[in-house]
Write a protein that binds this ligand. Sequence first.
Ligand code: DP6
Length: 333
Amino acid sequence: MSNIHTYESPSNIALIKYWGKHGNQLPNNPSISFSLSNSKTITSIEYKKAEANIEFYFEDKRNLDFEKRIKTFLNNNKGILAFINDYSLKISSKNTFPHSAGIASSASAFSALSACLISIKQDLGYKVDNFEKEVSTLARLGSGSASRSVYEGVVLWGKTDLIKNSSNEYAIPINDNIHDIYKNYHDDILIVEEETKSVSSSAGHKLMDINPYRTEKYNQSNINLKNILSALKTGDLDLFINIVENEALALHAMMMISEPSFILMKPKTLEIINAVRNFRQETKIPLCFTLDAGPNVHLLYPDRYFSKIQSFIKTLNTKNIINDFLGNGILQV
Ligand code: DP6
């Protein structure tokens, strides 16, 4: 007899970036993100007691590349997932956004996968003290940013004296002290390039180990963390914008001066950044941008400016846009 567990998990966009790690997937600095609503992964695991076996299907097709990564992940984490030696797992996953859209999907993927796995663990009678904490810990071991996708709203991953109960091992939601201006905050993702990334996140993180500016970068991110916590509490959007754009550009600056060096922005990325800054200056509308380790641009702004920003976006002539906004964490479906 087999059983199925299904979870969905959102992607997230980092305001304070996780960039650089040590030990077993521990971050070099704390990061903060918004969980999103529309960019999601939905994963099911059908499991039955049998000789250990893993099959992975992405969008209804067997995908051996992902299957390999998942097998390594499961093998490395048998301590948490003792049952996998005696079960056969058929994992099926799909995204609500096009795979080719070039937006990072490892966060939503590992978060949804981990939620299914911990839920199976619980079903099989193993002790799970705090479901979400255990999911976030396991998700982190698959992909650091996935630890944050487990929770709704504003999420912190990484130990800081500024927030009680923060940890390098799992993320925590920090929605208690957030100003109303961030309710339904928007993230419109402008797809500049659909190709896969020229450098993987893992390789990018590694380059920080030998980056000559790393100490300064982490000092700066810690100052940014303190200030953004204040901006999130008071609703000071000038401060918020300043920090969010600084974090995005610092990440790209680090990549530009790495050995080897990577320029991850495209001409269109810069064109959009300049247009955003001009628009902000002219209209006083608090629109800002952020970037992941790639050329696509995320536009962040308060809900009340939605229609004005849509008209502005039309002037940018980008092929593909994903309209997203602040949302839930993992949900059982
Ligand atoms: C630029 O979480 O993808 O998106 O832990 O190696 O899987 P791994 O890295 P990953 O890195 C995300 C980096 C980032 C910033 C962020 O999301 O904080």
